[in-house]
Design a protein around this ligand. Sequence first.
Ligand SMILES: NC(=O)c1ccc[n+]([C@@H]2O[C@H](COP(=O)([O-])OP(=O)(O)OC[C@H]3O[C@@H](n4cnc5c(N)ncnc54)[C@H](OP(=O)(O)O)[C@@H]3O)[C@@H](O)[C@H]2O)c1
Length: 281
Amino acid sequence: MRQLRGRVAIVTGASRGIGVHIASALAAEGVDLALAARSAQELESVRASIEARGVRCIAVVTDVTDQGQLEELVRRCEAELGPVDLLVNNAGIEKAAAYEELSTEDIDRFIDVNLRAPMHLTRLVLPGFVARNRGHVVNISSIAGLAATAYGESYNATKHGVVGFTRALRASEQVSGSDVSASVICPGFVSDVGMYAGFRADGASRAPVLLGTSSPQTVAKAVIRAIKKDLPEVVVNPGPMKLFLAVSLVFPRFGEWVSSLIGAHDVFSSTAKARGTSRKG
Ligand SMILES: NC(=O)c1ccc[n+]([C@@H]2O[C@H](COP(=O)([O-])OP(=O)(O)OC[C@H]3O[C@@H](n4cnc5c(N)ncnc54)[C@H](OP(=O)(O)O)[C@@H]3O)[C@@H](O)[C@H]2O)c1
């Protein structure tokens, strides 16, 4: 979708972190926005700052794990801003922990927020996209959706799921000859705001030099680029991540060896240690 001015977007997880930057980048392109998250006050303050940029913006307090609230989000967006053109599934949760330390409720919550919600919200907007032959879904996954990170079984499983979901969505639209499309964004460690910043604040070690960090603005730019150029997947990372991922696919043991060598898992194991959720014994 080359022209974004005047389009209408839903962005989930817009109360803080990367979602605020994605909303801001879309507003800079002239997109009207429906922002969703649970924290009403934070969401309202983001809404006001976005509206000050000259686009229409509504805040819809939404728990993305609640189907009724997802339906209300789409209904309000369409009633107050018009038909949805863009959906950015950004809301997500993490918890670096030994898998056996998680409760079944913890595991279900990962699936509900990180995977089920993007799938259900996409299902709600897709009929309109297909009817208008226009629409783009952007799913925010992670490099953890393409490679392994220690203490992240549930997070990795859901983020791999998001990648697979997006790939299939694109394939279906391509075989039906539709202009509707989807992209997945896979950031590595993001600086300043969000989950990795939270790890660091809790005492986690720094991201390995070879992996580095990206700014939230870079992730937001990747979202805009993915929509305008209809990119299937964007890996957002300063290092040679794509080469590593390609080689790891052919030689998985080599990938594991390189990950350990460069300390790719240290951020997660040090976070789990700091939070008291590492493997006991
Ligand atoms: N930061 C990184 O280094 C990094 C790297 C790779 C990928 N990512 C991905 O980027 C996305 C954004 O993460 P972030 O780092 O910005 O995290 P964050 O700062 O923790 O923000 C998460 C956002 O998701 C929302 N959210 C969580 N549970 C929700 C629920 N049940 N219903 C509605 N909204 C919910 C939160 O809002 P409320 O709490 O107000 O509901 C918040 O706005 C995630 O999908 C994450 O996996 C992040």
